[in-house]
Design a protein around this ligand. Structure first.
Ligand SMILES: NC(=O)C1=CN([C@@H]2O[C@H](COP(=O)(O)OP(=O)(O)OC[C@H]3O[C@@H](n4cnc5c(N)ncnc54)[C@H](OP(=O)(O)O)[C@@H]3O)[C@@H](O)[C@H]2O)C=CC1
Ligand SMILES: CC(=O)N[C@@H](CCC(=O)OP(=O)(O)O)C(=O)O
Length: 316
C-alpha cells in the first residue's frame, strides 16, 4: 500500500483523461502530476513524467499509447492504458475486475493493465458467465446491438455533434456505423466472453452526450440447452453476487420496466444487467456510462486495485 501515490495522466486534456482527472483531483491518497499543456505532445517531457511516477494512465489514441509504453524505462511504473492497443496482449492484465473470480488478483499483480472497451464491458459481463455455464454454446453465432452517446468517439465526434463550424458537423438524431464488421472491440469481446466465433456487432450512436445500452438477443428455444429465463437470470445474479459496481436487476424489476434510458447511470461507475423476455426468447441488456464504467470509472477502479488502495475510492 502506497500512502500517496504519484499518478500521471498522459492525454489528460482529452475526454477520458479529463474525467479521470476530475475523479482523482480531490483524493488525498493520490497526487496528480500534470504536464505543461504547451508540452503535452513533447516526447522528452512525456518520457520524463512517465518515468517519474508510481502509475500512469494513458488516455491517448492507440499509436500514441504504444509510443508512451515504449518510453517507459522505470520498471516500477504501473501502466493503465485506456486505448485498444493492448487489450488482447497476452502479457497485459485485462482490467475488468468483476469478470472472473481471479481477475482482481491478476490486475493487482500486473504492471500492465488494459482498460476494457466500453461496449465489451457490457457484452462480456452478459455473455461470459452464460458461456461458462453452457447456456450459450461457445460456437454460438451470437450478435450484439448497442447504442452510445457521441462522447464515445472522443473529441472529434463531440465536435461533429456540437460544433456547427466543424466540417463534419451533423444534426442526425441517430446513426449506425461500423457496418463492415471490423470494429476494434470485436477481438476483446470474443476473447474474454470465451467464444469460438466472433460476435456480429452492430453499434450505433445517438444525439446525446453519454450513456450506453448493449443488448444481446438470445433465442433460448433454438439453443437446445433447455435453459429458461430464470436460469439465465440465476447464472448472472450468482456471477456478480456481492459486487459493488456490477449488479443484476431482479426479475420483478425487469418485468416492471416498459422502456430503458441509456443515460440512467451517467456519472457513475455502475454497470447494471437486465434479463428481459420469456422462456423462448431472452433480451439481455447491459446499461452503463461509456465514460464511467466504460472508461474513466474503470480506469480509476483499476488504479485503486493496482496501487493497493480502496477499490471504490473516488467512485460511486
Ligand atoms: N470516449 C470514450 O467513451 C472512451 C474512450 N476510450 C479510449 O481512451 C483513449 C482516449 O479517448 P478519448 O479521451 O475519447 O479521446 P480524445 O480524442 O478526447 O482525447 C485524446 C487526447 O490525446 C491527445 N493526444 C493525441 N496524440 C497525442 C500524443 N502523441 N501525445 C500526447 N497526447 C496526445 C489528444 O490531443 P489533441 O486532441 O490535441 O490531438 C487528446 O487530448 C482512446 O484510446 C479511446 O479509445 C476508452 C473507453 C471509452
Ligand atoms: C460512439 C463511438 O464511436 N464509440 C467508439 C467506442 C469508444 C472508444 O473510443 O473505444 P474504446 O472504448 O475502445 O476506447 C467506437 O465505436 O469506436
Amino acid at each position: 500500500m502506497i500512502s500517496s501515490a504519484k499518478v500521471f495522466i498522459d492525454g489528460e486534456a482529452g475526454t477520458t483523461g479529463l474525467q479521470i482527472r476530475e475523479r482523482l483531483e480531490s483524493r488525498r491518497d493520490v497526487e496528480l502530476v500534470s504536464i505543461n499543456p504547451a508540452k503535452r505532445k513533447d516526447a522528452d517531457e512525456r518520457k520524463r513524467l512517465l518515468n517519474s511516477v508510481d502509475a500512469v494512465i494513458l488516455c491517448l489514441p492507440d499509436d500514441a499509447a504504444r509510443e508512451a509504453v515504449s518510453l517507459i524505462e522505470n520498471d516500477a511504473v504501473k501502466v493503465i492504458d485506456a486505448s485498444t492497443a493492448y487489450r488482447v496482449a497476452p502479457d497485459w492484465a485485462y482490467g475488468f475486475a468483476e469478470m472472473a473470480k481471479d481477475q482482481r488478483a491478476k490486475i493487482a499483480a500486473s504492471k500492465r493493465i488494459s482498460n476494457p472497451g466500453c461496449y465489451p464491458t457490457g457484452f462480456i459481463a452478459l455473455v461470459r458467465p452464460l458461456a461458462e455455464a453452457g447456456i450459450v454454446p461457445r460456437d454460438w453465432a451470437i450478435s450484439v446491438n448497442a447504442v452510445s452517446g457521441y462522447s464515445g468517439g472522443g473529441r472529434a465526434m463531440i465536435a461533429e455533434f456540437e460544433n456547427e463550424a466543424d466540417p463534419s458537423f451533423t444534426r442526425v438524431p441517430y446513426r449506425i456505423y461500423s457496418m463492415a464488421q471490423k470494429h476494434k472491440h470485436v477481438p476483446e469481446m470474443q476473447r474474454y466472453a470465451g467464444l469460438a466465433r466472433a460476435p456480429i456487432f452492430a453499434p450505433s450512436v445517438g444525439r446525446y452526450y453519454k450513456g450506453m445500452i448493449v443488448e444481446v438477443p438470445l433465442p433460448l428455444a433454438a439453443m437446445g440447452k433447455g435453459a429458461k429465463l430464470e436460469d439465465v437470470h440465476a447464472v448472472l445474479a450468482q456471477a456478480y453476487k456481492g459486487e459493488r459496481f456490477v449488479t443484476v436487476a431482479s426479475p420483478e424489476e425487469a418485468r416492471a420496466l416498459k422502456t430503458l434510458d441509456p443515460e440512467s447511470l451517467n456519472g457513475t461507475n455502475q454497470l447494471k444487467l437486465f434479463v428481459f423476455g420469456h422462456d423462448e426468447e431472452a433480451r439481455l441488456v447491459a446499461l452503463l456510462d461509456n465514460l464511467g464504467k466504460g472508461a474513466s470509472g474503470a480506469a480509476v477502479q483499476n488504479l485503486n486495485i493496482a496501487l493497493g488502495l480502496d477499490e471504490g475510492a473516488g467512485l460511486s
